[in-house]
Design a protein around this ligand. Sequence first.
Ligand code: RIB
Ligand code: CA
Length: 313
Amino acid sequence: MAAARKIIIDTDPGQDDAIAILLALASPELDVLGLTAVAGNVPLALTEKNARKICELAGQPQTRVFAGAVRPLARPLVTAEHVHGRTGLDGPDLPEPTMSLEKQYAVDFIVETLMREPAGSVTLCALGPLTNLALAMIREPAIVPRIGEIVLMGGGYFEQGNVTPSAEFNIYVDPQAADVVFSAGAPIVMMPLDVTHKALTTRKRVDVFRVMGTRVGTATAELLDFFERFDEQKYGTDGGPLHDPCVIAYLLEPTLFSGRHCNVAVETRSELTMGATVVDWWHVSGRPRNAMVMRDIDADGFFALIAERLARL
Ligand code: RIB
Ligand code: CA
């Protein structure tokens, strides 16, 4: 087997983040250099603790977890307890973590890792607001050409927004950070709502985890049972969109996804459309094509991959 792909997962757990992290930790193709927590779904003190809880659930307490930005670059923090619960990981009753948080600031870890590892060898997987990534790029612009790829869950175009009519949560929380990242020039693969809304946690799909007979399977079913209730009610669907695991699944089986290389720009001025990701799908703007925008997914293959991998934990 080829050498494992080095990744850093930037995350705001979050039930869907949790499943993305479990998928990564269960997959030998990936070498998780560290998890960097960011404020988003819930405040940083909870996202970093949740990241450690998930590593212990996976039986991998040696995973390095770092705390990053406590708030967005310019705007006050907006959280999503109404979706994820007060703890950010409501659903299963996971024990308090015993593994320690790394002392190093997450932004310094991202910069140090990218400057140390061979250029192009590290992939940044962003599952939350892009504050940490933007701070790292501002702190040390030399990291940008050394980034192998940024694979991020965020934005929406044909699907529009989920936190405002025009903005998706991760981009909306920190639009200025998203603008820094999307205009930096590093290669980006974008998993917007347009594709994640096609990956629904239907009852049949969640039951696969419920009957797995493992601690991880049971916890995953409990995470999804809680997480999906908000979107099921909002969209009237069987199940809710499973956003963040699309990022990790792309690394493992890219052919599950299809999309188009386009220019993506972020609204940072209008309060009405703040955080909107404007995707130039028909290439009319002349702006550089800075992101591979995914729009379709093989949802059955996606859930089969997650189930097969999580069964290994
Ligand atoms: O809009 C969905 C995104 O916002 C996901 O990453 C979810 O975890 C929340 O962070
Ligand atoms: Ca997230």
